[in-house]
Design a protein around this ligand. Sequence first.
Ligand SMILES: [Mn+2]
Length: 319
Amino acid sequence: MHKEAQLFLETIKRHEFITVFRHISPDPDAQGSQWGLITWIRENFPEKKVVACGLEEGIFTNFFPNIDKIEDDFIKESLAIITDTSNKERVDDQRYKLAKETMRIDHHIFIEQFCDNEIIDSSAGAACEIIARIFEEIDLLCSAKTASYLYAGLMMDTLNFKTGNTTSNTFKAASYLVSKGINLELINSEMLNIDKKVFDYITLLRKKMIYREEGVAYAFMSKDDYEPFGLTNAEARSKVNAFGSVKQFKIWCLFTESVDKKDIRWVGSLRSHSLPLNEIASRYHGGGHANACGIKLYNQQEADSLIEELAKLAATEHF
Ligand SMILES: [Mn+2]
């Protein structure tokens, strides 16, 4: 067994109580890694108490179970596992710090160590890929339910196995998960098919899109733009890839008006085919991967200067 699988197994074996956390604004990789872990531990170690932590529900509430309401006392007795999270500020529910011991499993660019045990592989296409690899090595029960959660996260984080960080290891992990008898057709339709209200929202998104000749496409969507479609801020922003398959767009972004945090004006998702965005994102209160970042903008001035920086960056790339 490789050392990461060994570290994982030894760490969970030490604990009776386990809390599983993931990042704020959870996406399918965050949720899939969280629920894949929880299901696998529950099925292989039924004597352990394992719960899902997080303050925000994710966007695929039909596919992933609801998170649990957890008391401080439980967390204090637990091993906290944090998945798919690059820095401590991004852990959804900072009470992970109360835990007896902490362990992180992540595939983002390394920023900082903030857990006692860390399993980080920046070359992995998804946190779910690392977890699938660990489960394959440990070779205990991996049920179709566990595999479905992990496969959904893996597929969604690699945009259907199309991103630059999709490797032969990604396909090996996918192959392992598919061998567990998962229903691909069901997962695909749950993850990829959209509701008509989302289709109508995307029509508006395209209308409101602004294109800069340097190769940047973006839209700012106020709450009056997205709320009539019954979408939350996070759901509205998750449609950034509606701009994702146009040859001329080197960088594409979607900004949605923040509703819950008063001092923040816009929350944004930045994407690119190949230009690295994380350095710029780190200066706009965010971060993430080279080609997929999240940011926050405190005022319109910051928004304008971000667009200028992205346009300058786009101008450096020639096809
Ligand atoms: Mn991820």
